[in-house]
Design a binder for this molecule. Sequence first.
Ligand code: IMP
Length: 162
Amino acid sequence: MIQKRVKELASEIARDHQGKDTVLVGILKGAVFFFCDLARELDIQVGIDFLRAASYGPSSSSSGTITLTKDVETPLEGKSVVLVEDIIDTGLTMSRILEELKRKKPSEVKVCVLLDKPERREIEVQVDYCGFRVEGGFVVGYGLDYDEQYRNLSEIFVLKGI
Ligand code: IMP
């Protein structure tokens, strides 16, 4: 089910980015599995890069204090950027990342997210490509963690009891 949706997202992205100088930017660490599967399904030429955002606070939610602890290395000016994220919850992480990336003057930035959890959204964020909408609860697996555990599970599960 995940792979089928990843293929569909890849064809939407490929269709919208034909002939563009595109860089796929993965957000570490949660998006890595999704990022690799998505990149392999894309039949257009893209560059790849990564950034990492750390949020301080309890491990099941964003605190609002979000710092970029690893920046991209590719110059993004004039490029078409596709940001690849695992999940958007409150929206604070993505909105902070978008703010930073836009300073690099890309020609456009699109957001591709595997899971959208709109229930707890605090700030409206742009989502251009969305894998699945989740109703609530805390999910793990396929890159998503709870306290750095469960990332390597090949499917996504709801974590009970937190
Ligand atoms: P936001 O800033 O609240 O949108 O949260 C985004 C980040 O919080 C994601 O990149 C994840 O690292 C983490 N997160 C939010 N919800 C979940 C979840 O259900 N499972 C695992 N991580 C989550």
